[in-house]
Ligand binder design. Structure first.
Ligand SMILES: Cc1cc2nc3c(=O)[nH]c(=O)nc-3n(C[C@H](O)[C@H](O)[C@H](O)COP(=O)(O)OP(=O)(O)OC[C@H]3O[C@@H](n4cnc5c(N)ncnc54)[C@H](O)[C@@H]3O)c2cc1C
Length: 463
């Protein structure tokens, strides 16, 4: 690492492996590399591993952010050859084999590599309408989950203070764009909150009357699951009170209104809603776009990259892409593909060190699961198709098994049991923001640059 004031890494002749991203792919890769005779740097813009499949439970007040995330430093402390660095990769020089990264205070540093593994994942896509994001947060990060939590619980609080009428109704109308697993999970959870946790806690409003509208362009929700399971999920959502609108695209989002357009033509429809949540699409994170440009890698519209069978970048056997950013063989954007890709890239590094030929990446599909509501989940693995209670138990076992950290597993299980027994949501706390803009908490004005809070000089003081 260069330009890092006060930090002098040990000089070593060992192969330097840089992994960008500590999500499912990067973390599993780093753990495997931790067993090899190499020096590993894991660079992440967030310094913690987030268990994205449970973000919606954090957004809807069941779990805390601490229960679904873990510090990468703590996660990797047992591997003495692996260091974790906080920084956002912003540029790459493949000739010098150097990555430039930005610290949270906006200053820059560089990290050298012999082998580079890109595992930076995807971000929410608004299909060319980034302005929707301010009114309809996505669901990819802990910040997103907390933003949704604030909007969700605040909406009920605001409605409680309003007289009956259209304004109050709009605060009690929740729109979810996208009928994939995340959209279905969110919609189901919001209705469950209204009918259980909040049902008897207000005096002026009836939370049970809150509307949850789910919009999707397809013919059915959960298109990735078998039609039989998707039909069961549809029935459960409808019983819960979620209003499903299929075959429509959300074409405009404002602070108080959502517009949808039928896919097959027909007039636009407008819905007065003060809370809109976006789960409709994903695209590569900005650094992945830069990476593809510098290395001249072919990408699809979402930014997934066309890599070689061993997941290396064409013409750069020392650079790998893993996880959601891989664009070959129709590999799915799921955690299992990222974890297997991470272990595969580490195996390629090991085989290179041993002078053996690399093997092509083979993805083993271990199935998928989606939570619908309390007592109802889908689980599909090969010929096994479970719905309802059995699916729910299977879903719970899988999620606990893959959650990072024993403490997180135990506390999540305990919280789930309490939630089932008491219908309560223990993590409803939300923050209303602070006077310091959260996006630049480290860049205080210096005396020279912005003497905002400087005391007036004696001669400036009016007598
Ligand atoms: C809400 C939600 C629910 C999901 N549910 C399921 C599920 O039930 N089952 C399932 O299999 N999959 C699920 N997925 C998909 C699964 O989480 C992803 O497929 C998986 O996380 C992809 O792993 P990855 O390593 O490619 O990227 P990620 O896990 O997204 O990790 C990317 C990492 O890179 C870091 N990063 C990004 N840009 C930079 C940069 N420039 N510099 C440094 N670091 C950077 C990020 O901070 C992050 O830590 C879900 C996803 C979401 C969002």
């Amino acid at each position: 690492m260069r330009e890092a004031a006060g930090y002098a890494p040990a000089v070593s002749e060992r192969t330097k492996v840089l992994v960008i991203g500590g999500g499912f792919g990067g973390l599993f890769c780093a753990r495997r590399l931790g067993r090899l005779d190499v020096d590993v740097t894991l660079l992440d813009r967030a310094a913690c591993h987030v268990f994205q499949p449970l973000l919606y439970q954090c957004a809807t007040g069941t779990l805390s952010i601490g229960q679904i995330s873990r510090s990468l430093r703590e996660e990797l402390e047992q591997y003495r050859n692996v260091r974790a660095l906080l920084g956002e990769a912003v540029d790459l020089d493949p000739d010098e084999r150097v990555v430039t990264a930005r610290r949270p205070d906006e200053s820059m540093f560089t990290v050298d590599y012999d082998v580079l593994i890109l595992a930076a994942g995807m971000q929410q896509s608004y299909f060319g309408k980034p302005e929707f994001a301010q009114f309809a947060p996505g669901m990819k990060t802990l910040d997103d989950a907390l933003s949704i939590r604030r909007r969700l619980f605040c909406a009920f609080e605001i409605a409680e203070t309003l007289p009956p009428g259209p304004e109050r109704d709009s605060w009690l109308t929740f729109v979810v764009a996208g009928g994939g697993p995340t959209g279905v999970e969110l919609a189901g959870q919001i209705r469950e909150i209204t009918t259980r946790a909040l049902a008897n806690q207000f005096h002026s409003i009836e939370p049970t009357e809150a509307r949850v509208l789910l919009f999707d362009g397809g013919e059915r929700v959960l298109a990735g699951f078998s039609p039989r399971l998707a039909v069961k999920a549809t029935r459960t959502l409808e019983e819960l009170g979620v209003e499903l609108h299929m075959g429509v695209h959300v074409t405009d989002v404002l602070s108080d209104k959502v517009t949808v357009s039928p896919k097959d033509g027909g007039p636009d429809e407008h819905y007065a809603a003060r809370t809109a949540l976006w789960t409709a699409g994903v695209e590569a994170v900005p650094f992945a776009r830069r990476f593809a440009e510098v290395l001249d890698v072919e990408s699809d519209r979402a930014g997934r990259m066309a890599v070689e069978p061993d997941l290396s970048v064409p013409g750069h056997p020392e650079i790998f892409v893993i996880g959601d950013l891989v664009g070959r063989d129709r590999l799915p954007g799921v955690a299992e593909n990222a974890m297997q890709g991470g272990m595969h890239a580490a195996a390629c590094v090991r085989r290179d060190l041993e002078g053996k030929k690399r093997k092509p990446y083979r993805y083993r599909d271990l199935g998928s699961a989606a939570y619908i509501s309390r007592g109802h989940a889908l689980l599909e693995a090969g010929p096994i198709q479970l719905a309802g209670f059995l699916g729910w138990v299977g879903w719970g076992v899988i999620h606990i098994a893959f959650l990072t950290g024993v403490q997180n597993r135990v506390s999540t299980l305990a919280t789930w049991l309490m939630t089932i027994a008491r219908a309560s949501r223990t993590d409803r706390t939300f923050l209303l923001g602070s006077p310091i803009p959260p996006e630049d908490p480290y860049t205080w004005p210096t005396e020279a640059s912005a003497p905002r809070h400087a005391m007036p000089k004696a001669e400036d003081v009016a007598s």
